[in-house]
Design a protein around this ligand. Structure first.
Ligand code: PBG
Length: 326
């Protein structure tokens, strides 16, 4: 009998045939649009560090939310820039803070849209760290937990569907779960940035949020990029503490981590295609070095292929509106 040799036979595959056997799908339903909310009304200010993205006042955020929903993107992820910052990040838990106001406006305008609030003190502290500091300048993990809990309850009171802690304090998922349960919000989900590396790829975001640490860096609470097994431990801890969904961040440089976390848990896992990744694509495309549409689509598919159920990306609305996901 003749030996059977497998031939890929790609030569005769038409577009339809390729679609039929494609292993990975990408559509607007898989995307989350991050938004930066600032104080005031009628504000729509381009963010220089993130070309194409804008600082929006709550009313404008609600306006854009309608377009996001209409394009088939199911969720937004809100970041807030407060009118003033202090050592304790007090504004994070204020009812009249820009994010809380935006949540109310968005839920009013498009109740079906899932509103996820990023939860972290770094946009709210004057020193730019994700937690409060001790006298010696180090981050006081356990003293930060009640402040995060207050902020989470305040976001949920405003109407947030999901809170997303991105601070990387130890034990915060458990602390948030307890606080939400005690205040009657047993049904509110926690999306944990379980696996968040200390990364240079957050540069443009920090400019957009004014959240770069004044001194030091985040290496005492964010993960070391040399480690992968640690990501699984972080994910398992957050699962045990009551997380409902997990996020891996950044995206493309961490596909191996994403895949491993995907395999280690049965919770939904998302990837965050962060600001520096966006900036790199935009910079290369603006110089005509890469085909922008193809490079972005390929990047998003890569994260889906590695196991992301959903992707937080600054391209969400544009990609959904232009129909480039499919
Ligand atoms: C807040 C937070 C950051 C990002 C999301 N949440 C910045 C940081 O950790 O310094 C980065 C998102 C991006 O770069 O797009 N802690």
């Amino acid at each position: 009998m003749a030996e059977i040799i497998y031939r890929p036979r790609r030569n005769r595959r038409t577009r339809a045939m390729r679609d039929l056997v494609a292993e990975t799908g990408l559509s607007p339903q898989h995307l989350v649009q991050p938004l930066f909310v600032v104080p005031g009304s009628g504000v729509e200010r381009p963010i220089e560090a993130l070309a194409g993205q804008r600082h929006l006042s709550p009313d404008r955020a609600a306006h854009l939310a309608k377009a996001i929903h209409a394009a088939g993107v199911p969720a937004v992820l809100l970041f807030g820039i407060p009118p003033e910052k202090d050592a304790m990040g007090t504004y994070a838990a204020r009812e009249d803070a820009p994010v809380q106001e935006a949540v109310r406006r968005i839920k009013d305008a498009v109740p079906e849209l899932v509103v996820i609030c990023d939860l972290c003190l770094c946009e709210y502290t004057d020193h730019g760290h994700c937690g409060v500091l001790r006298g010696d300048g180090s981050v006081d993990n356990d003293a930060t937990l009640p402040l995060l809990a207050q902020a989470a309850v305040s976001q949920v009171e405003a109407g947030a569907d999901v809170v997303a802690p991105s601070d990387m304090m130890d034990g915060r998922v458990g602390a948030l779960r307890a606080a939400l349960d005690q205040t009657g919000y047993q049904e509110t989900a926690i999306l944990s940035y379980a696996v968040k590396y200390r990364s240079a790829f957050y540069g443009p975001f920090r400019e957009a949020a004014g959240s770069a640490p004044r001194e030091g860096d985040r290496s005492t609470y964010q993960m070391d990029f040399r480690n992968r097994r640690e990501a699984v431990r972080e994910a398992q801890l957050d699962v045990a503490e009551g997380a409902d969904m997990l996020l891996v961040k950044p995206g493309l440089p961490y596909l191996d981590v994403l895949q491993q976390v995907r395999e280690a848990t049965h919770l939904p896992v998302g990837a965050y295609h962060v600001s520096g990744e966006y900036a790199m694509l935009e910079a290369a495309a603006s110089r005509g070095l890469i085909d922008r549409d193809m490079a972005v689509t390929e990047s998003l598919y890569a994260m889906r292929r590695a196991g992301a159920d959903f992707i937080a990306t600054y391209y969400a609305l544009e990609w959904a509106q232009r129909g480039l996901c499919r």
